[in-house]
Design a protein around this ligand. Structure first.
Ligand SMILES: [Zn+2]
Length: 469
């Protein structure tokens, strides 16, 4: 089936061959191919129309004529051929355009191809459901993450959804998943923003390369053109079942994902534990929630605890002593606090240094548990840093003000005024809710929280509990 690069090549080739040609007569032999107008209207309207522009949207070809716009979709096997006059036809020639010079035939063995005719300025209903073009700047990681929220489709299948963004077919979906090293069955709703950035970049790169490969093929066209499949292009997984992976030498496998042939490398695209972050403002109960996940059997790591451990290590002290330009013996919690409150630049440097060290520990912990269904990381400043872009799933624990006041008074003996000052300096829950995948409300009892936590984590891992590839 032709995908975006092939359709682009067909459009550009036709532009070279029939630009400015005038249609003398049209003959529709299989009326079902004409979708939105009758065979008669189609044939009569196109007489004397000149081909003036050639465009593509997704996998649709768009021909601008004098008074009309002709939109075509090749579907499975549709092909355009340009012939000299009096060309022979066969049973698969379904629409024939007799031009002022030569003929344009639309052949389609499967008869799935479709054509639509619109008056100039009329709305193209055929394109209504199409998402952005892969190069559209509105296509961002945030847009895609939001689009997939709550959808349980596998990423490979989600990439085929033309409403999300247009142009990807089965072949390129397989190649893109390999290129970004993601398991084709990974749930699309749990893809980190950073990974979506990679998917967008990879999609553009792969399609651009294919279009370029198609472009070189154009020169070899002679009197007719028929674009069937892929242009010669290096493919890493597509149709390479039982062959060696070009990267790791494991054997490429094939399986069906939502009924479509899916090729992947079991090593490069291994499905791993969902990487889940838990965060929340002061007094929200995020630590209690993380603890509950631990009791449910999930591996949990707390960034605060990692930080405390790191500060005991000499190697950390050495790094900090370098930033403070002081002796290593002076480094302790009180000293660090004093200096970072007095100097913004040093504060930033210290944070960068500690955050990098903490991240290393988190990654190490994840790798040790990547065969489990999920790994939980408690990150207090998840949204204040860019860390929320790195996790498959971000869980926010929130609580109403009154519940927080009560909790802080009970647990830390904090007065209302003190609590209010701290709370005023935090990023608001509203903003955090927007950036979260799952929100757990914690306004009443511990047992209620326990129920919410269990339900939330079960809902998250159920998407990922499919048989391992
Ligand atoms: Zn591999």
């Amino acid at each position: 089936m032709p995908e975006l690069p092939e359709v682009e090549t067909v459009v550009r080739t036709l532009e070279k061959r029939i630009d400015n040609r005038i249609i003398n007569k049209v003959e529709v032999r299989w009326p079902k191919i004409i979708d939105n107008v009758s065979k008669q209207v189609f044939e009569e309207s196109l007489v004397n129309q000149q081909f003036l522009s050639f465009d593509r949207r997704g996998k649709f070809l768009i021909f601008g004529l004098t008074d009309y716009v002709l939109v075509a979709h090749l579907r499975m096997e549709g092909k355009f051929y340009v012939y000299p006059e009096h060309a022979e036809t066969d049973k698969h020639s379904h629409v024939i355009f007799y031009l002022d010079k030569g003929e344009l035939h639309f052949n389609d063995v499967r008869k799935f191809g479709r054509m639509y005719l619109y008056k100039k300025g009329e709305h193209f209903t055929a394109l209504d459901k199409l998402g952005y073009e892969p190069w559209d700047e509105r296509l961002t990681a945030e847009y895609l993450k939001n689009y997939c929220k709550g959808k349980s489709l596998a990423i490979k299948s989600q990439l085929l959804d033309q409403s999300m963004f247009a142009g990807i077919g089965n072949i390129y979906a397989n190649e893109i998943c390999f290129d970004v090293r993601i398991n084709p069955e990974h749930p699309a709703c749990y893809i980190p923003l950073n990974k979506w950035d990679e998917i967008i970049a990879s999609t553009r790169k792969i399609l651009e390369e294919a279009i370029k490969a198609g472009g070189t093929t154009i020169r070899s066209y002679t009197s007719s053109l028929g674009v069937t499949g892929l242009f010669q292009q290096e493919l890493y997984v597509q149709s390479r079942e039982k062959e060696e992976c070009l990267v790791c030498h494991d054997i490429i496998r094939k399986k069906f994902v939502n009924g479509r042939g899916t090729y992947y490398c079991p090593s490069c695209q291994k499905e791993k534990a969902l990487f889940v972050a838990v965060t929340g403002n002061i007094g929200s109960g995020k630590s209690t929630a993380s603890q509950m996940m631990k009791e449910l059997g999930y591996p949990v790591i707390s960034c605060d605890e990692v930080n405390a451990e790191l500060l005991k290590k000499n190697s950390t002290k050495e790094s900090l002593a370098e930033i403070f330009k002081c002796d290593i013996t002076k480094i302790n919690k009180a000293f660090i606090r004093k200096i970072i409150y007095s100097d913004e630049n040093i504060k930033r440097e210290v944070e960068e240094c500690l955050h990098a060290l903490i991240w290393n520990e988190v990654v190490k912990f994840y790798k040790n548990h990547e065969s489990e269904s999920a790994v939980i990381v408690e990150v207090p400043l998840l949204f204040e840093t860019d860390w929320y872009r790195r996790f498959d799933c971000n869980i926010l624990v929130t609580a109403e003000k009154e519940a927080v006041f009560k909790r802080l008074a009970d647990s830390r003996g904090m007065c209302r005024q003190e609590a209010e000052i701290i709370m005023a300096n935090q990023m608001s829950d509203d903003k955090k809710i927007q950036l979260s995948d799952v929100v757990i409300k914690n306004n009443s009892t511990v047992s209620k929280l326990s129920q919410s936590v269990e339900k939330a984590i079960n809902d998250i891992v159920k998407f990922n509990s499919k048989e391992q590839l």
